[in-house]
Design a protein around this ligand. Sequence first.
Ligand code: ZN
Length: 422
Amino acid sequence: MGTELYNFISKLYPICRSITGEGTRETLRLIQKHIPLEIHEVPTGTRVLDWEVPKEWNIRDAFIKNSKGEKIVDFKNLNLHVLNYSTPVHDFINLETLKKHLYSIPEHPEWVPYRTSYYAEKWGFCISHKQLLELTEDTYEVFIDSSLTKGSLTYGELVIAGETDDEVLLSTHICHPSLCNDNLSGIAVNTFLAKELSRSDTKYTYRFVFIPATIGAITWLSQNKDQLSHIKYGLVTSLLGIDSLFTYKRSRTGNSSIDRIAERVLKKNKLACNIIDFVPYGYDERQFCSPGFNLPVGNISRVPYSQYPEYHSSADNLNFISKKGLEDSFRIIKEIIFEIEHGKKYMNLFPKGEPQLGKRGLYDSIGGRNDSQQLQMALLWVLSYSDGDYTLSDIGDLSGIETDLLNEAIHLLLTKQLIKEI
Ligand code: ZN
């Protein structure tokens, strides 16, 4: 699987993606070769929550030439060289003016940064700091053959129907150009997860969304407002390509079922992991967990964004990610899905006050046993947490009671019709 994921990333790597435009469409069409993704187009100017779908950006070519006519920066060699969403330009300018439009990373002089300007119209180039320092007084030809026009925002969606219409949302962003960990890794992992899930019978319905960051999530939420109550679990997947510790960022409530499951899977695998509380910055969990939606959506990644130096630079390339990193990420998310599918849940049929156990003969049936006190505790734990949200494993984790004893308690409570399996 590591090789398949890596090969798919290699195919997607050269494409110049953005929050809108042909690169994004081409990416979605390549995903369609693996899964029957539905592609949605939302026109420029459409009101989406408090935002508006922006103009569509497309780019064909860009370069900087010196006075000898030599191309010193060429978009065709590396699409990060152009400030993403640059307005078109064709001009002859001096060094001082050029420098006002250049971006570099002084701390990593060999790398080219990835920079965007979606909501302020300007043009620019990204180059290595080393190259910037080497530029001499000259007349430079700057050329960016881009367009910002009325078009649409494009996103992909695949719904895999399960036995129930309760949903698991898996979301990843698709707007970064030639960058591998952020976020071709998320695109590849989600594509192949969808491929596997579409071949199996599932209890839950799985909704995969491939959306440009922020504006894509806002657009999708705006168009699906009435469906959101079906979402019982959600994961934003990002930065899954490197073989480092895992990071799980909890949903905003901090205690959603997905939070308990993800933490349990990571701990069970004895993987180096970092579990963090929700903070209102990061990826699209910010939108899914905004107070008006407050969905049970966490974020799973390896080392989080901005905490690795290669973040948003040309060093996040095909050499930076590894097959092992991708494969382990894929396996862990699959295990989380397995737990979602197979976690047993019960509903207390007498949830208001404790049901009277004595009159149902439950105390009689357990009297005289060495572990009767423990079994009684198990009965109380199961009754207390059988609210349709906590799984048997959750109750085991919370109470510290062994599974065998919890199962015995469940058997007794089912027999006496105090709980039902859901
Ligand atoms: Zn990013």
